[in-house]
Design a protein around this ligand. Structure first.
Ligand code: MV4
Length: 451
């Protein structure tokens, strides 16, 4: 087992990793930018190294600075968390060259899933259902128009280097193809320095349901059931839950089998997530694979009662997975609490937290790095806490979430708490009747007088 893990991240996930390492008897090293001196991940780690100024490029994204911290602290493994360098194959490669274990998949596995066309080709070979489409880079508008006629409109253009919605354009009729093509290419070039575009049939009103998998160094892959992440706004997830209200035993069996096939096809090592679009007929299609721990891993932890960070560390140390698939026996929902004003188009609201009271009680979990007196810096992601509730049924879980949200007090800045309070009372949400477009026409109304 590792003796000392350097955590190449910040915020709640860095603290989350520190906690599990402590329980496993592993020493921890935090790294931090000058904007994060007062963060709890720095306080609770055994050692902490300042790696640079606030800008991510000069701190959490700087491979040389992080490797310098590894060297001076003598860490024998690196945990990348999510975001920053978590899916950077070059970083994983540098770690390996230094003789440091990167807690996650190999550089080759990260690269394969990072390029969306390669990922799709790999899935087709493995027998995983994918959305019908061009099956490769589009050469020009002419061949694109031809494929669009074949698979029928609406279609969607996607960037092969993309993910998370950037460089995507939906086209409803041939007249609009040229403009969408130009825009998708421009955006892809600007965002990823790669203007490779492919085409797919556009699935209308899909659900986003993802399967958590875990694969060990011996080629064994198992699944840990699904999370429903359909409640998103501009490709930012706001609420996740497990099980999905749309799930059936048959669908879980089919999606679980497909996710395992996906993992086994690349000999996947680590915990990972296979994302699917699911249409109203319960047909599902591979969308992309995330080769990291995700923000929403906590809902899976709650419903299968299993520590996923511990699982990651054990897999990286060469311990085999149990070989069993896990089915939820309870219901869990996570609300992302962001320092944003939901009444002003979710505009960021950084600043000093004057008072902070987090909800407590049976079935309530709060993962956060903040506290009263802490200042939320403007440089990074706006998420300040994750509120996770667990209960026997979805209905009870929603009621518990309503109660917990009412107990959440954050003064000094705006948060997404009022959004979640409204969502938990929405009839369609309560009925489980939603898809990825749900929030596009969700009306927040006016703020209460004291907001
Ligand atoms: C799609 C789609 C419909 N049809 N692909 C959005 C992010 C990127 N990962 C893929 N995305 C989509 N791909 C086809 N063929 C609809 C989306 C999509 C979406 C997917 C998941 C969650 C939220 C979404 C919001 C808008 C569009």
């Amino acid at each position: 087992m590792f003796k000392k893990i350097l955590i190449a991240n910040r915020g709640e996930i860095a603290l989350r990793i520190v906690r599990t390492c402590k329980e496993m008897g592993i020493k921890t090293v935090a790294v931090y930018s000058t904007a994060d001196r007062e963060s709890l991940h720095v306080r609770f780690a055994d050692e902490a190294v300042c790696i640079g100024p606030p800008s991510s490029a000069q701190s959490y994204l700087s491979i040389p600075r992080i490797m310098a911290a590894v060297e001076i602290t003598n860490a024998d493994a690196v945990h990348p968390g999510y975001g920053f360098l978590a899916e950077n194959a070059d970083f994983a490669e540098v770690c390996t060259e230094y003789g440091i274990k990167f807690i996650g998949p190999s550089p080759a596995q990260i690269r394969k899933m990072g390029d969306k066309i390669t990922a799709k080709e790999t899935m087709i070979k493995a027998g995983v259902p994918v959305v019908p489409g061009s099956g490769g880079l589009l050469k020009d508008v002419k061949s694109g128009l031809k494929i669009a006629e074949e698979i029928k409109y609406p279609i969607i253009l996607k960037a092969t280097a993309g993910g998370g919605g950037k460089g995507m354009r939906v086209v409803w009729k041939p007249e609009d193809f040229q403009e969408a093509w130009d825009k998708a290419r421009q955006e892809a070039k600007a965002s990823f320095a790669n203007d490779g575009i492919y085409i797919e049939k556009f699935i209308e009103e899909p659900r986003h349901i993802e399967i958590q998998i875990a694969g060990d160094q011996f080629g064994k892959v198992c699944h840990l059931s699904e999370r429903d992440c359909s409640i998103q706004r501009r490709h930012q997830k706001l609420v996740e839950e497990s099980p999905s209200p749309f799930m059936t035993d048959d669908l879980r069996k089919r999606m679980g089998d497909a996710a395992i096939k996906a993992g086994e096809a690349i000999n996947y090592e680590g915990v990972g997530t296979v994302e699917f679009l699911v249409d109203k007929h319960r047909e599902f299609y591979f969308m992309e694979m995330n080769t990291r721990i995700q923000v929403e891993h906590t809902v899976t932890e709650e419903v299968i009662d299993h520590d996923l960070i511990k699982e990651q560390i054990k897999i990286a140390a060469g311990i085999p997975v149990s070989g069993e698939n896990y089915i939820p026996t309870m219901h869990a929902i996570e609300c992302r609490i962001n320092a944003e004003d939901p009444f002003k188009d979710f505009r960021p609201s950084p600043g000093s937290i004057k008072s902070f009271h987090s909800p407590k009680g049976h079935g309530v979990r709060v993962d956060t790095h903040v506290y009263a007196g802490y200042t939320v810096p403007p440089y990074y992601d706006s998420m300040i806490a994750k509120l996770i509730c667990r209960a026997q049924t979805r209905e009870e879980c929603i009621k518990k979430m309503q109660r917990a949200l009412d107990e959440f007090i954050v003064e000094g800045l705006k948060t997404t708490v009022p959004f979640h309070q409204k969502l938990m009372k929405d009839e369609k949400f309560k009925a489980g009747d939603f898809h990825t477009g749900f929030l596009a026409d969700f009306d927040m109304g006016d703020p209460p007088k004291d907001f």
